[in-house]
Design a protein around this ligand. Structure first.
Ligand SMILES: Cc1cc2nc3c(=O)[nH]c(=O)nc-3n(C[C@H](O)[C@H](O)[C@H](O)COP(=O)(O)OP(=O)(O)OC[C@H]3O[C@@H](n4cnc5c(N)ncnc54)[C@H](O)[C@@H]3O)c2cc1C
Length: 384
């Protein structure tokens, strides 16, 4: 059923991406999950549709959309193959967006056209082995010698790192200064002293690649410093604020896929002489799932609309990420329940959706971190 909240152009985009995801991604989702690596075929397909630069202006090789378009595309890609949407989000709403928002004109011309067109992939490296939630405590150092920066330290759980053409890396010039000592750099593929160690054994999102990245005296030219020295932490937080909208959209896509699988199965499977969809207990489960997906989608699109209109959106983005990620963990679990024993085996797509969903309450700010942010805003809204 067409979504009444989308305009004609947005509906065309939704149909285009859904058709691609149904034809080319969903049928291969199980196979790429088992391979456990970045899938080039999915990537090339997204690049052909212009999705790899959907929120980037045409003058830098993008499609010129906003966060509503990005959210629509992220939901449909996630509905077809959640892991592909993880790669897309790390590339576009984290890596490429940081350069797009905070790079100077020369940097944007140098890096973005290749990334937006999908010829190159971006990665974004903030988290370290010592912690992700407390990002201001990062330890990777940046020291300037003779006009060149040298990075030392390591990053953990970095999506796309093994295939990235450009990686945005956050490092500190002075740990004593806390978040004020952090700057952002673009590190090109194959930089000397940079070692990318792919990490295997993820529970879900297995067709997205995740790596540890180690820097040993890695030289970064002065012209690859993004924005101003000492403002990198603020850039990272601003980019995360808006990227949460795309993670929320990803969760809606996973929830929608689980709901569709559950509805289909409930109409085919029989118990006590009738399809299980005729048992009220199953109907109530499907109703709860449909209502939760709908509420998460509405909240996500509201945050995207506020962002596109230049209105305050940060609290709404955190609320959308919290609601949508917890929805997606619950809805995929309910979808497994509707499938009974068959839902526990790999032949059922809900088995993969259940595993893929789990990370969404962890990355780009855990549910606990979202609650901290929402609580801060809520307390400020109602001062005594
Ligand atoms: C598949 C995957 C892909 C990822 N991709 C990227 C990427 O591309 N780039 C990148 O930079 N990072 C990436 N990450 C890292 C991710 O963002 C972090 O895992 C996340 O921020 C949590 O950090 P942590 O794992 O160090 O957990 P910790 O920060 O150690 O947290 C552990 C637990 O303590 C809780 N906690 C921490 N502090 C508080 C507090 N103050 N109050 C209450 N509870 C608290 C957390 O909510 C969590 O439950 C990825 C992670 C995964 C799993």
């Amino acid at each position: 059923m067409p979504d009444p909240m989308l305009n004609e152009e947005e509906r065309m985009l939704q149909n285009l991406v859904r058709d691609f995801a149904d034809r080319e991604m969903a049928p291969r989702a199980r196979e790429v999950d088992e391979k456990e690596e970045f899938d080039q075929q999915n990537w090339q397909g997204m690049a052909r549709l212009g999705i790899t630069g959907i929120s980037i202006a045409p003058q830098y090789g993008g499609s010129g959309g906003g966060y509503r378009q990005l959210a629509i595309a992220a939901e449909e890609i996630a509905r077809g193959d959640a892991a592909a949407s993880t790669g897309l989000i790390a590339h576009l709403s984290l890596g490429t967006t940081t350069i797009y928002r905070f790079g100077n004109e020369e940097q944007k011309q140098r890096f973005i056209p290749s990334l937006a067109s999908g010829r190159g992939v971006a990665a974004w490296a903030l988290t370290e082995p010592g912690g992700g939630s407390d990002a201001a405590a990062l330890q990777t150092s940046a020291v300037q010698r003779d006009g060149t920066w040298f990075l030392n330290g390591s990053k953990m759980f970095i999506t796309n790192a093994d295939v990235a053409e450009s990686m945005v890396v956050f490092a500190t010039q002075d740990r004593e200064q806390g978040y004020k000592g952090i700057s952002a750099f673009v590190v090109p593929r194959g930089a000397p002293g940079m070692q990318v160690n792919p990490m295997h054994g993820k529970m879900g999102m297995r067709a997205s690649s995740t790596s540890e990245v180690v820097f040993q005296d890695t030289p970064v030219p002065a012209e690859n410093l993004l924005g101003e020295e000492g403002r990198g932490f603020r850039y990272a937080m601003e980019v995360l604020d808006s990227s949460r909208i795309t993670i929320a959209a990803q969760c809606v896509g996973i929830g929608q896929a689980a709901l569709e699988e559950a509805v289909r199965y409930a109409q085919q499977r029989e118990s006590f002489g009738r399809p299980i969809a005729q048992h009220q207990a199953i109907q109530f489960m499907l109703a709860d799932m449909a209502a939760a997906v709908h509420a998460a989608r509405t909240t996500t699109m509201q945050a995207a609309t506020l962002k596109d209109e230049g209105r305050p959106f940060i609290n709404e983005a955190s609320i959308a990420k919290l609601i949508a990620s917890e929805m997606c963990v619950n809805v995929t679990s309910q979808a497994v329940q509707v499938h009974g024993g068959y839902g526990y085996f790999k032949d059922a797509p809900v088995e993969r959706l259940f595993r893929d969903a789990r990370v969404t309450t962890i990355y780009e700010g855990t549910s606990q971190v979202q609650r901290l942010l929402i609580a801060r805003q809520t307390l400020a809204q109602y001062p005594v």
